[in-house]
Design a protein around this ligand. Structure first.
Ligand SMILES: [Zn+2]
Length: 298
């Protein structure tokens, strides 16, 4: 198989946020940063980000927040400390006089890369914090340390670190055709066909996970597996690892519990998808990048 390199940055990634991990343990510095007029706070209400709408939406970075909640030191932007702030307590989204709380996953417009990376990091960290209030080893209460990046168990002393679940996502191709499927998780009204994907299991390499998932979901055997790129996907805690996979068999045997449909598509069918009445996955997804990069490389 050809090596197909990513044509551009995957959304939510890029390494533009200076994470400044060396400052996380400096409690004096953090105490000062939390009240500094140059610091900025990224509020999340129940998983939703505060954005200013528009053709290119922007993350709202608040100066000194009017309310307190769990926070995480995300890093520095041009020297200014940036904090994620969980404002989920009230039943209704709090009003900050600017922007509105939006579900990132439902957005169609793309955020600027730095804004996207800040929000992805904030969303992932705040979700982890909200779902790990108790130690998985002993059930004791945990307390945040190191800028919110470690949850320390107050009972057994265990240090709990943020979770990222590895998921493989793969475009299976065979003789100029692409294998795309529709999971029951996709909204049926959007009728989109996407690459297959699944979580990596313990004791499994990424390549093994690609082969197992494709066989399980559509019954197709896979040969060569070639890496393309990765994408943070904090919905709620995944890292998507993108691959091209060479299909070795044609017949599709659908795993009906998981998949609504799966088909081999020709390049022409993809190009004529509007007329044929189906869609591809959204522009912010690595699934779409795998498909677009393959179509433009052949
Ligand atoms: Zn414990």
């Amino acid at each position: 198989m050809r090596i197909i390199r990513p044509s551009r940055l995957n959304h939510y990634g890029g390494g533009l946020l200076e994470r400044a991990a060396h400052l996380r343990a400096d409690t004096n510095w953090l105490d000062a940063a939390l009240v500094s007029p140059v610091s900025r706070f990224v509020p999340f209400w129940r998983g939703k980000a505060l954005l200013t709408p528009g053709e290119v939406p922007r993350a709202v970075l608040l100066p000194k927040p009017p309310q307190h909640g769990p926070w995480v030191f995300l890093g520095l932007v041009e020297g200014a400390p940036i904090f994620a702030l969980d404002v989920s307590t009230p039943e209704e989204p709090p009003a900050f006089g600017v922007g509105e709380f939006v579900d990132l996953r439902a957005m169609t417009a793309l955020l600027p890369p730095l804004d996207a990376e800040i929000l992805a990091t904030a969303r992932g960290m705040l979700h982890w914090r909200a779902t790990h209030k108790y130690c998985p080893a002993c059930g004791g209460a945990t307390a945040p340390v190191r800028g919110g990046w470690v949850l320390h168990c107050e009972n057994c002393g265990r240090e709990n670190f943020p979770r990222t679940d590895a998921a493989v996502i793969m475009l299976v191709t065979r003789g100029g055709k692409l294998l795309l499927g529709q999971s029951h998780r996709f909204p049926p009204e959007r009728n989109f066909y996407s690459t297959l994907a699944g979580f990596v299991e313990p004791g499994e390499s990424l390549e093994d996970a690609v082969r197992r998932e494709v066989l399980e979901e559509v019954g197709v055997r896979v040969g060569e597996v070639v890496y393309h790129s990765s994408q943070p996907w904090p919905f709620p805690a995944s890292l998507m690892l993108g691959f091209y996979a060479e299909g070795l068999s044609d017949e599709i045997v659908l795993e009906v519990e998981e998949m609504r449909d799966a088909r081999w598509f020709t390049r022409e069918e993809i190009a004529n998808r509007k007329a044929l009445g189906f869609n591809l996955p959204p522009n912010d997804s690595i699934a779409r990048r795998l498909i677009d990069d393959w179509l433009s490389a052949e």
